[in-house]
Structures are given as C-alpha cells and as structure tokens.
Design a binder for this molecule. Structure first.
Ligand code: 5RP
Length: 224
C-alpha cells in the first residue's frame, strides 16, 4: 500500500471532536486532509488552519470548515509532511515552498505531528537541499551571505520564472551537504537580512508517524 496514504490516514487518530487542526501541505498531507474530509462528512466537528493556498483550496473542496488566526487562541494539533527526518526528529521542510506558513502553524500548535514515508528518514539532515525563503529585494546579496555560511544556492524556478511563495517571496534551494548542527544553522540563516525563514524545523516535531520494515511506527518526543 502507498506509504504516504498509510501514514497520512493514521494521523487522523490524533484529531478529536472540537479541535482546531493545522493542515499541512504536500502529497502526504493530502491523504491526511482527505481522510479528515471524510470524517467531517460523517459528523466530526473540527476547524482547520491551512498552511498554504493549495491546502486551503483542498480543504474547501472537502467541506472542512476553516478558521483564521484572529478567531482562535491556539491550534490543538498540526499534521504535516517533511522532506527529511533525522533520528532526533529534526526536519527539513519546504519542498512544496510552504515552509513559512508551516512553521508559523507548527509553532502555534500544542502538538505537531509529522507524517513521513520511509524514504524521508535519514541519519544526518542535508542531502535534500534546504529551502530558504527570501524576499526578492536584494536577493543577490542575500545569496552571498548564505554562501558565506557554506551553502550552494539555487533559485527555485517554476514554469520558466522564479517560483513565488504564497507570501510573494523567492525560495533558494541550498545544499549544505551534511548539516551537523541544525539548530545553529537554523538560527544563523534567520539572522541574515533578507531571509524570511528556512526549512530547518529543530526540536519542533512532537511525533513522527513513519514506516519501518513495512510497519507503521510512531516515534514520539513527548507523550501525546
Ligand atoms: C511543503 C512541505 C512538505 O511537507 C514536504 O515537502 C513533503 O512533501 P511530500 O509529502 O509531498 O513528500 O514541507 O512545503
């Protein structure tokens, strides 16, 4: 069976009636949101906060009620995919370009759950180029600062143009080879003027639902 579907559908077990739910972005989150849509049709009462315009569209099509930040105090649980997960549950995210909204929602969630197929598990982060969201103004200079930290940057393209995030920014897909100190790099990158956010999520995931030896397993940082 499709691993993304398995982990995505498993995650709905953490959603309870009345919750505010952060809705992730990407092909794994798709299965979580689709299953959630089915449960809503059957009477589950939740409100969703989407991490991207793409997810907002999907949730609307499925009839999942959405809520905005000014109407809520907190998000109960957020469920999202990842591009890489290390053994300490640190992540690289942003392959879909939604990392800024994803991090805002993850940071506002009481419980942040990652759904990841087996290919996402790594010993050390960094084989997947780290997405960094930068403002278009002066981005050529921002690139130089990132290069001074050892990164090889590539401006993400989409249909022959620079890819634009939902926030109107660029993405630099940046290779650092092996990221041995993700916490330090996450902070150093965000200190560069012009960097809006980067796709390192360090110490944020409370649990990762993944596949090992063909079984669904849930690795937890804290009791859920
Ligand atoms: C989007 C993300 C995604 O969660 C990440 O890219 C994983 O995507 P997929 O589930 O399609 O493999 O961070 O910005």
């Amino acid at each position: 069976m499709n691993e993304k579907k398995q982990v995505g559908e498993k995650a709905v077990e953490y959603v309870k009636d009345g919750m505010v739910v952060g809705l992730g972005t990407g092909s794994t989150a798709y299965y979580f949101i689709s299953k959630l849509g089915e449960l809503v049709q059957q009477g589950l009462s939740i409100r969703g906060v989407p991490t991207s315009m793409q997810t907002e569209q999907l949730a609307k099509e499925l009839g999942i009620p959405l809520v905005s930040f000014n109407e809520i105090e907190k998000i109960d649980v957020a469920v999202d995919g990842a591009d890489e997960v290390d053994s300490e549950l640190n992540l690289i995210k942003g392959g879909g370009g939604a990392l800024l909204r994803e991090k805002i929602i993850a940071a506002s969630a009481k419980t942040f759950i990652i759904i990841a197929d087996s290919h996402k598990n790594v010993d050390t982060l960094g084989a997947f180029p780290l997405p960094i969201e930068v403002v278009p103004y002066g981005f050529e200079m921002t690139i130089k600062h990132i290069q001074n930290l050892g990164g090889r940057t590539k401006l993400r393209q989409y249909q022959g143009n620079s890819f634009l995030t939902d926030n109107g920014n660029f993405i630099l897909d940046t290779s650092f080879q092996e990221i041995k100190q993700p916490k330090e790099l996450e902070k150093d990158l965000n200190l560069i003027p012009g960097v809006v956010e980067n796709g390192l999520f360090v110490g944020m995931a409370d649990a990762v639902i993944t596949i090992m030896d063909n079984c669904i397993i849930t690795q937890v940082r804290k009791e859920l």
